[in-house]
Write a protein that binds this ligand. Structure first.
Ligand code: KIV
Length: 292
């Protein structure tokens, strides 16, 4: 039986959770905010133990976990499942449910319904959605329903086709200005933080300085208030990684090496050994052998 305390109802912050207003304080103090993605309970626990501030249950799961070529096919059900797993593992970090493509674009009502599912069924503390423009109204509606929202501008992978592919955004003066305006519009309706993805570092630094709320960069340079990386990229599960990723381990190679070792051991009879087997009383064994 596990002795872990059960999480309380998700409408109130779990005991020990980092309070959301602390993020604005961190920006004010200049303390960097650390975010990582995670998709299951052990990863949530490890991120918590390592001192991560926020965990994003990202729809990147579609690519790094589920084998899709993009994040678009990921369903709300899949996201809620993964969120529930992560919130079983993580105690202190704020857990963000990433609204997948198709769960919020159609209407404000649908966006609110999807966000509520994340909180009620997935145990998320807050949600994230991609884009500005028409999505600003979705953000406002979700916040009015009582759920904090993280914005996301720059490269928005759910609409990468419309952006011309997975490439850096805001690389002309006009586009950089529009990106800044999008971030300000998201802040104006109440986003508690904004992800800046694949944006030139000087643009991200300026957006960070004009916003009151923290920016969380991914491929946006060191001037952001915090950083987010995808679990599989930073730990080296994936074959190739975008240029903005720093790989802190080569876990994929380590796993392959361990599995090759296991395959060789089984094929060559080196596994299992005596210590991996169960004994039985000698008289029972003798009786069993006589029963042949
Ligand atoms: O889904 C995700 O993991 C994300 C990050 C790349 C920011 O949105």
């Amino acid at each position: 039986m596990s002795t872990r305390p059960r999480r309380p109802a998700p409408s109130t912050p779990a005991p020990g959770r980092l309070p959301l207003p602390e993020l604005a304080e961190m920006k004010r103090r200049g303390d960097k905010i650390v975010v990582v993605t995670a998709y299951d309970a052990p990863s949530g626990r490890l991120a918590d133990e390592a001192g991560v501030d926020l965990i994003l249950v990202g729809d990147t799961a579609g690519m790094v976990m589920h084998g899709h070529p993009s994040t678009v096919p990921v369903s709300m059900d899949e996201m809620v499942f993964m969120c529930r797993w992560v919130t079983r593992g993580a105690r202190r970090p704020i857990v963000i449910g990433d609204l997948p493509f198709g769960s919020y674009q159609v209407s404000d009502e649908e966006a609110v319904r999807s966000a509520i599912r994340f909180v009620k069924e997935g145990g998320a503390d807050v949600v994230k959605l991609e884009g500005a423009g028409p999505m600003v109204s979705r953000v406002r509606a979700i916040i009015e329903a009582g759920i904090p929202v993280m914005g996301h501008v720059g490269l928005t992978p759910q609409t990468a086709t419309a952006l011309g592919g997975f490439k850096a955004q805001g690389r002309t003066a006009d586009k950089a200005k529009r990106l800044e305006e999008d971030a300000l519009a998201l802040e104006a309706v109440g986003c508690f933080a904004i992800v800046l993805e694949a944006v030139p570092a000087p643009v991200a630094s300026r957006v960070t300085s004009v916003l009151q709320v923290p920016t969380i960069g991914i491929g946006a340079g060191a001037g952001c208030d915090g950083q987010v990386l995808v679990w599989h990229d930073l730990l080296g599960f994936t074959e190739s990684t975008p240029r903005f990723v720093k790989r802190y381990a080569e876990i994929g190679a380590e796993i392959r090496h361990a599995l090759e070792h296991y395959v060789d051991d089984v094929r060559d009879g080196r596994f299992p050994e005596q210590q991996h087997t169960y004994a039985m009383p000698a008289d029972e064994l003798a009786a069993f052998e006589r029963s042949r």
